[in-house]
Design a protein around this ligand. Structure first.
Ligand SMILES: C[S@@+](CC[C@H](N)C(=O)[O-])C[C@H]1O[C@@H](n2cnc3c(N)ncnc32)[C@H](O)[C@@H]1O
Length: 329
């Protein structure tokens, strides 16, 4: 293999997180992820408010007055900032931003900025659109029906087939994303399973939640979902550091990588449980409280975006309770 050709996982690791990589370079990405795509966090403060509610519920279940909030893949700390602004009275929070990028200037000094989740804390670990950015290898079935690693040329994103997929990667494909038809492709999610299990394992007690574009066995996209984003547009994935590289997450496989029970649901259902959803405010409010009506109407529009079919509402929410605590309501 020449130096130019690499497996997708290795190429994306360098392109996203190497020195000067897409997520590390303040020049390429001065506004952070928000400059390139819109997550639920950027769509509406209702999302942070819902997470604040989940945090308060978790603290109540743990029976503690001080809880940790660990935001994995924290971007520029937008979610933590929003949650801190929405905390119910009396709840003490130790917020951690877990990020490969440097601490943003001007961030609330209460936020602890770190490269790895703190170990042994109790509270809520939340990862919004983190796992889709954990680099994975890509497999494609050749004309003889053999699944091979796809290799990519870092300069222009050109691809060719490499050696057959073997070992733990082959076992993962067989269990989670079986391939057989020539031309079919899959993203091998094993590194995400391991990353998620490690993150959940850092928590002593509480709740761990991963939110992401997701698919499950039986409904995998036949050609995978690897793509790029730059400045708000979807672009061809080229691992040269110029764009985000993302692929939807096999959240059912991540769920099975963590011991104990897990719940997999969608954002629409999860946010409904946290009080986000509902419909438009009653028209009668417009007469009695016009300003309140306008505010409620704007909130209803934001809630609709967060819960939309074919949009953010279809995102997967994977929830794990850690330590002994009652059922999530
Ligand atoms: C798609 S952005 C999401 C940002 C934010 N959570 C949001 O929803 O707006 C993914 C973030 O995860 C970070 N990230 C990826 N892998 C990471 C890792 N292993 N440790 C810490 N941060 C990571 C990236 O640097 C990037 O800021």
């Amino acid at each position: 293999m020449t130096e130019e050709w690499q497996g997708w996982r290795e190429a994306a690791e360098t392109a996203l997180y190497g020195d000067g990589g897409f997520y590390r370079s303040p020049v390429r990405s001065p506004e952070g992820p928000a400059g390139h795509f819109r997550t639920s966090v950027h769509a509406s403060p209702l999302f942070a408010r819902a997470v604040a509610g989940l945090l308060a519920r978790t603290a109540g279940e743990l029976g503690v007055g001080t809880v940790a909030l660990v935001d994995v893949g924290s971007g520029r700390g937008e979610l933590l900032t929003g949650v801190l602004a929405a905390l119910p009275d009396g709840l003490e929070v130790v917020p951690y931003g877990v990020e490969v990028a440097a601490r943003p200037p001007g961030l609330d000094p209460r936020i602890v900025w770190c490269a790895e989740p703190p170990r042994g804390v109790g509270g809520l670990l939340f990862a919004n659109e983190w796992l889709d950015n954990v680099p994975v290898d890509v497999a494609e079935v050749d004309g003889d029906g053999v699944a091979r690693y796809v290799q990519v040329r870092t300069s222009d994103g050109g691809e060719r087939l490499g050696p057959p997929v073997t070992g733990a990667d082959a076992a993962w494909l067989e269990r989670w994303w079986p391939l057989s038809v020539p031309g079919e492709r899959a993203e091998i999610g094993l590194p995400r399973d391991l990353a998620w299990a490690r993150a959940v394992g850092s928590l002593d007690a509480g709740l761990a939640v991963a939110v992401d574009y997701a698919h499950v066995r039986g409904a995998r996209p036949p050609f995978g979902t690897l793509t790029g984003f730059r400045s708000g547009r979807e672009v061809r994935p080229v691992p040269d550091g110029s764009c985000d590289l993302t692929a939807h997450v096999a959240l059912d496989a991540c769920a099975a990588a963590v011991p104990g029970a897990a719940e997999l649901t969608d954002q629409r259902a999860a946010l409904a449980r946290l009080g986000v959803g509902g419909g438009r405010p009653p028209l009668s409010l417009a007469a009695t409280d016009p300003a309140g009506y306008v505010r409620a109407l704007a909130a209803a529009g934001e809630a609709a975006e967060l819960t939309a079919r074919g949009g953010l509402g279809d995102f997967g929410w994977l929830l794990h309770r850690v330590g002994a605590s009652p059922e999530h309501g």
